[in-house]
Design a protein around this ligand. Structure first.
Ligand code: WQD
Length: 343
């Protein structure tokens, strides 16, 4: 088994991945500054992972941009690999705070890579995003599609991928994977961990579940006149447990195959419209989920769906859960935790 450093491990995708890694027998050091997450998520991850897990997860409260904090995290135990989730990820926020996004997402990754080299660790799984494709020419989108980000958040993900490509080419020994997530949603089926965004949710799923649980009054559907079957936007929603399992498969591939640089889409290859999501969520929750058709949101594309073939070919991984599973598990989390991790 490996000892792994997980940056941002208390966050939505990080916490679910920590659970899968613990269940696979790995030991973890989690570095998180908790600006957009809660230590409670990691307490529950240990609870779910079983009795031995407490001894195999150590939490370091700190920032990935801090040399001292990184040193402390690397000194927990010799690190066999890093999964790098720490970063900012709200498209709209990145438009108003670009330098904060460049500093955190690119500056943080840069600091991490220096610390990895200093501690002789050259295996990295990077949390990238399909946002870097911008407006796709074709759908489904293959990894060979042009990287054409249209917002600062997407630019920072593309910049880190570029930095990682240069690094992998500069010296042998680096084993790097860039995982381009489509739309991560849902929750662990226990309802104990899930997505807990700060403030008003930017993303569709947490907004719908907060309407269903009574925290929000009504959902705005951003556009009813898109060139899609029902006029609402279509996205590739991937269950967060499928995503977490995709990270485990990627880590195994890097540790065993010696791949220098893997760039993979993590998506289902199946698109669902906003109205389909609403109707499925209504059926699962039994809640009305009122909505209005509003104007389109700047920066949105009509349809964004992954071509997931390469991940299946290189990892032997593909998604197993569908929209019904996503809504069922997401609703179980929201019902059990109406205010997320805060009491
Ligand atoms: C999904 C669909 C909206 C909210 C974002 C970012 C990026 C990535 C995934 C990490 C679209 C519609 C949404 C609402 C709506 N994550 N919508 N009303 O924009 O596809 O991707 O999340 O990398 O952060 O690119 O996700 O959930 O915001 O939107 O109608 O209140 O729901 O128009 O069609 P998006 P989203």
């Amino acid at each position: 088994m490996a000892h792994l450093l997980i940056t941002g491990g208390a966050g939505f995708i990080g916490s679910h991945t920590c659970l899968v890694l613990l269940e696979a027998g790995h030991s973890l050091a989690v570095l998180d500054n908790f600006t957009n997450s809660s230590p409670e998520s990691l307490r529950r991850v240990v609870e779910l992972a079983g009795p031995s897990a407490g001894r195999r997860l150590e939490v370091v409260r700190g920032d990935v941009r801090s040399h001292e904090d990184l040193k402390q995290a690397f000194e927990v135990a010799p690190v066999d690999g890093v999964l790098h989730f720490a970063g900012l990820k709200a498209v709209g926020e990145s438009m108003s705070q670009p330098l904060r996004y460049w500093d955190t997402n690119v500056g943080g990754s840069r600091s991490l890579l220096s610390a990895m080299a200093a501690h002789d660790c050259r295996t990295l799984v990077f949390s990238s995003s399909a946002t870097l494709y911008g407006y796709p020419d074709t759908v489904p989108i293959p990894e060979s599609a042009p990287v054409r980000p249209i917002n600062p958040y997407g630019h920072t993900k593309a910049a880190v991928e570029r930095m990682l490509g240069d690094l992998a080419a500069s010296e042998p020994g680096w084993r790097i994977a860039c995982l381009r997530y489509f739309n991560p949603v849902g929750a662990h089926p226990s309802g104990r961990i899930g997505e807990d965004p700060n403030g008003i949710p930017n993303n569709l799923f947490p907004f719908i579940s907060q309407v269903a649980v009574g925290r929000r009054a009504c959902l705005d559907v951003f556009g009813g006149d898109w060139p899609t079957a029902d006029g609402s936007g279509v996205r590739d929603y991937i269950h967060v447990m499928d995503l977490a399992e995709g990270h485990l498969a990627t880590l195994d591939a890097l540790l065993t195959s010696g791949e220098q640089l893997l760039t993979l889409n993590l998506g289902s290859g199946r698109g669902y419209s906003v109205l389909e999501v609403i109707n499925t969520f209504r059926a699962i929750s039994g809640k009305a989920v009122p909505y209005t058709i509003a104007s389109r949101r700047d920066g949105d594309a009509a349809i964004t769906v992954a071509d997931p073939q390469l991940a299946e070919q290189r990892l032997g991984w593909k998604t197993k859960r569908n929209l019904h599973d996503i809504c069922r598990d997401g609703w179980a989390w929201q019902q059990a935790n109406p205010k997320g991790y805060s009491r």
